[in-house]
Design a protein around this ligand. Structure first.
Ligand code: MG
Length: 382
């Protein structure tokens, strides 16, 4: 085991960064990716994540994940793997903390509803919105809008992007973050790692939250081979373990194995492809991934969660109410933009301004606004 942290030749290196959209002097003691991370942590959008839904609505319980705790767990996993792979830890952390900044209130229900409202006005994608937040919507600096992050962090934030949106981005910023979707290139290893960490994190914490909520049971989870395997391993190691500790130990073992699986498999892939620099990374198919058996097991788990948790009737019920609220808000603000703060009501791109305003809301602020504007949705307080 090496004690010192050496950056691999294929890692992203701030000294070779493609820079910021607006030039800024170097900071005396921090590298550019560290600065990006710090700017994200101090942004308003980051603070709002604490009151935004991951799966369970914010008011349903104090221990469920929110977008903030989810983002912190993604950052933890990504940093831990980045260190082992000698990738840039500050960069993966910046990406992880920013990856969900563009999420609407009420989780995926909110995003679906807003996307439907925006159908004739360019649609709504949360990845693209995360980029809008760091590029334009944050108001913290005297001389520019947004956070003016480096190209590499912005590239990682834009995880997915449809081709029409990529073309629009390319028109605004030739050779920028939209280009890779047109050229079908991969992002940096740090960005690939952050994407996979996102998946590992939510699969694991949604099991935990699912059981905590009573919507999933340990018995039911025995039907998912990956979870069954680790829960049996836990029982072998600790025959008297039960309840929550059984669940936590199971998830802990599963997380550790998945992390080691990604590290080992990625190291092998990098070696097999003889990757020596970050340019080769982009032209090669995805390099950061699970081994095939782990990939299949993880997909099975994902399928189980989507069937039994995300589509559970209790989750569905709040989903429908959330969608209705977003639709009502969208109609209310487009009908009367004066109901929004000045900066939004004066914009010429009216519908986009409304989408930006709604997307920035926390769950509880959206619910409050909905009530203020005369909404009639009955909101199930837990
Ligand atoms: Mg996420």
């Amino acid at each position: 085991m090496t004690l010192s942290y050496v950056l691999a030749s294929y890692a992203s290196d701030p000294l070779r960064s493609r820079g910021r959209r607006l030039y800024e002097e170097d900071a005396p003691t921090r590298n550019d990716y560290q600065r990006d991370r710090d700017r994200i942590v101090h942004s308003s959008a980051f603070r709002r994540l604490v009151y935004k839904t991951q799966v369970f609505l914010n008011h349903e319980g104090d221990l469920f994940r929110t977008r903030l705790t989810h983002s912190l767990e993604v950052a933890q996993l990504a940093r831990s793997m980045a260190r082992a792979l000698h990738l840039h830890e500050d960069l993966v952390e910046a990406m992880a903390l920013a990856h969900d900044l563009g999420h609407t209130p009420f989780g995926h229900a909110g995003q679906e509803a807003l996307n439907a409202c925006m159908e004739s006005f360019g649609g709504f994608e949360h990845n693209l919105q995360s980029l809008r937040v760091v590029d334009f919507l944050e108001e913290r600096y005297a001389s520019f809008d947004g956070l003016n992050l480096t190209y590499e962090t912005r590239e990682g934030i834009l995880k997915h992007c449809s081709l029409p949106h990529a073309r629009q981005l390319e028109a605004m910023e030739p050779g920028g973050v939209g280009q890779r979707f047109i050229l079908r290139e991969q992002p940096s290893l740090e960005a690939q790692l952050c994407n996979l960490s996102d998946e590992i994190a939510y699969n694991a914490h949604d099991i935990d939250d699912g059981v905590r909520s009573g919507l999933l049971s340990m018995d039911q989870l025995q039907g998912v081979p990956l979870v069954a395997h680790y829960s049996q391993e836990t029982l072998k190691k600790y025959p008297h373990v039960k309840d929550r500790r059984w669940l936590f130990e199971t998830i802990r073992m599963m997380l550790s194995d998945q992390v080691y699986d990604v590290i080992g498999n990625t190291q092998e892939a990098l070696k097999a492809a003889n990757i020596t620099n970050s340019l080769e990374v982009k032209r090669h198919p995805m390099l950061v991934k699970f081994s095939e058996p782990m990939q299949l097991a993880s997909l099975e788990l994902k399928g189980f969660l989507s069937q039994n948790l995300y589509r559970h009737s209790r989750v569905q019920k709040t989903t429908e109410q959330a969608k209705e609220m977003i639709r009502d808000l969208f109609l209310a603000y487009t009908h009367d933009p004066k109901e929004m703060p000045q900066a939004y009501q004066n914009r010429e791109d009216k519908e986009r301004a409304v989408a930006d305003y709604i997307a920035g809301m926390t769950d509880r602020f959206a619910a409050k606004e909905h009530q203020r504007l005369g909404g009639t949705t009955r909101w199930n307080e837990a």
